[in-house]
Design a protein around this ligand. Structure first.
Ligand code: SF4
Length: 172
């Protein structure tokens, strides 16, 4: 069975920086009941506490953090890059362990966001970009969707399960 990596906060786990969570999402509930989901909070896996100060990536590019060109900075000025990179590495271990090819991650998170990110000014300004874990997964060939793209994720799952060669045609 094709399994899917999912942001733990989307499953109601209270791991957000402010101690909150998201959902419920009917499709995620269904996939969890089917035993498909592998949950992870990269920031908690990276050693950060909950609650924790919010953090942003100046410029919003998680790949630049992986390459050591930009630091993830918390609102109180701390460099928390090491924890974010450790969390991304935890995600990659799960990818290898479970043979994961799909992920559904929380949008606009400095770890999990797959399309947009806050720009580092803590002013609510969004830029095109992706979080540190999302960038690592994309580089590893995992198709990353967010919670607003569940229909597309379901279609990708269908293609992978019924046409294993369809991978090159997937979006996400
Ligand atoms: Fe954890 Fe990602 Fe959710 Fe943030 S968005 S709380 S890093 S799972």
């Amino acid at each position: 069975m094709e399994k899917i990596l999912v942001s733990a906060c989307l499953l109601g786990q209270r791991v957000r920086y402010d101690g909150g969570s998201h959902g419920p999402f009917d499709l995620l509930r269904q996939w969890r009941a089917e035993g498909r989901l592998v949950a992870l909070c990269p920031e908690v896996s990276g050693g950060l506490p909950t609650p924790r100060p919010p953090a942003e990536i100046p410029g919003g590019q998680g790949a630049a953090v992986l390459d050591g060109r930009v630091a993830v900075i918390s609102i109180d000025g701390a460099d928390v890059s090491a924890a974010f990179v450790t969390g991304a590495q935890a995600a990659l271990r799960l990818v290898r362990e479970h043979g994961l090819r799909l992920a559904v991650l929380k949008a606009r998170s400095p770890s999990c966001g797959n399309q947009q990110n806050y720009d580092g000014s803590f002013s609510g300004t969004l830029v095109d970009g992706e979080g540190v874990t999302a960038a690592a997964l994309r580089r590893a060939g995992v198709h990353v969707f967010n919670e607003q793209q569940l229909d597309a994720a379901a279609e990708a799952l269908r293609q992978l399960e019924f046409d294993p060669n369809a991978r090159r045609n997937l979006r996400g």
